[in-house]
Design a protein around this ligand. Structure first.
Ligand SMILES: C[S@@+](CC[C@H](N)C(=O)[O-])C[C@H]1O[C@@H](n2cnc3c(N)ncnc32)[C@H](O)[C@@H]1O
Length: 291
């Protein structure tokens, strides 16, 4: 019997009580090695664990909330803001599993991408920025908090009205931010921007959709301007826990693959490079438009 060999069944106590720091290395190794061997069996096994209730189906926990998808999709604005704010739910088991989730390099990478965007905004004197799939806008809030006199105007395209409402509240209805409630797949901008930024969106797209959307975005960048797209890296060490424990599936990509997709989208004469945040998990494709 395949599932009997999966040690998740042996750690019911760990699942119910939640891991301590000393368990993290073992747990990570377990998720990675078992998932690598037989992903479908591990996913099935974890469904059995969920059927017993507990942390992994509790909206109070990071993994349970992500699994339940209360807004209809994984990685919604509220989950992302839980990662940004180092949220821990109440109750010992939830708190321990949230400690584990927040300690993962992927969670660190999400927090780092907030800092990455803020650094980008601070390093340039930008008058107009387009932020696609803006989510909670914690990054924008922290940028304006740090630069209260900034005259950078930021347009945010976001399809989820609940995300916009949440963000509006967070940034205290700052008039430098304009929200456009649209699906980026169908939205057409009539303007160009010095910086077009999108994180936490393109790694949900297949290659075909990635190229289709990117082709359109290239036309929204001013001559000499920049387009930056975030994407989780191929080889992400948290892929197993994200997919099994959180039901969070992404299209992971290598730097070379991102450059290839950019060329396919028509950025043939743009300067292209791929950078990463300190955890090395969130890649950023930078495309500079010829002046
Ligand atoms: C993972 S969050 C990222 C939020 C933000 N960029 C960040 O990094 O903090 C993804 C956001 O993209 C939005 N989104 C997903 N698909 C979209 C689409 N096709 N058009 C516009 N927004 C979209 C979701 O509603 C959600 O708020």
């Amino acid at each position: 019997m395949q599932t009997a060999t999966i040690p998740f069944t042996l750690s019911a106590d760990l699942i119910e009580k939640g891991p301590l720091k000393k368990d993290y290395a073992f747990l990570n190794e377990l998720f990675i090695s078992e998932y690598e061997q037989d992903p479908q069996a591990v996913l099935r096994q974890f469904e059995n664990i969920r059927q017993q209730g507990g942390v992994f189906t509790s909206p109070a926990s990071i993994s349970g909330f992500c699994y339940l998808q209360p807004y209809g999709y994984a990685g919604d604005f509220q989950l992302i803001d839980r990662l940004y704010t180092n949220y821990r739910g109440a109750g010992t088991a939830v708190q321990r599993w949230d400690d584990f989730a927040q300690s993962q390099p992927a969670a660190e990478a999400v927090r780092n991408r907030k800092a990455y965007f803020i650094d980008l905004l601070q390093s340039k004197q930008l008058s107009r920025v387009l932020n696609i799939a803006s989510g909670p806008c914690r990054d924008i809030k922290e940028y304006y908090d740090a630069q209260p006199a900034s005259d950078t105007l930021i347009d945010c395209v976001e399809q989820d009205g609940r995300a916009i409402q949440y963000a509006q509240h967070l940034i205290n209805h700052d008039e430098r931010v304009r929200f456009i409630q649209q699906n980026i797949l169908t939205y057409r901008s009539t303007q160009q921007y010095q910086l077009v930024w999108s994180a936490g969106l393109f790694d949900y797209f297949t290659d075909a959709v990635f190229v289709r959307v990117l082709r359109k975005l290239l036309t929204w960048v001013e001559p000499g301007g920049e387009l930056v797209i975030g994407n989780f890296v191929e080889g992400n060490p948290n892929k197993a826990f994200m997919e099994v424990g959180m039901n969070w599936f992404l299209h992971h990509r290598s730097p070379e693959h991102l450059i290839d997709l950019a060329r396919e989208a028509g950025a043939t004469d743009w300067a292209a490079r791929v950078k990463k945040e300190p955890a090395g998990i969130n890649l950023f494709l930078h495309l500079q438009k010829p002046a």
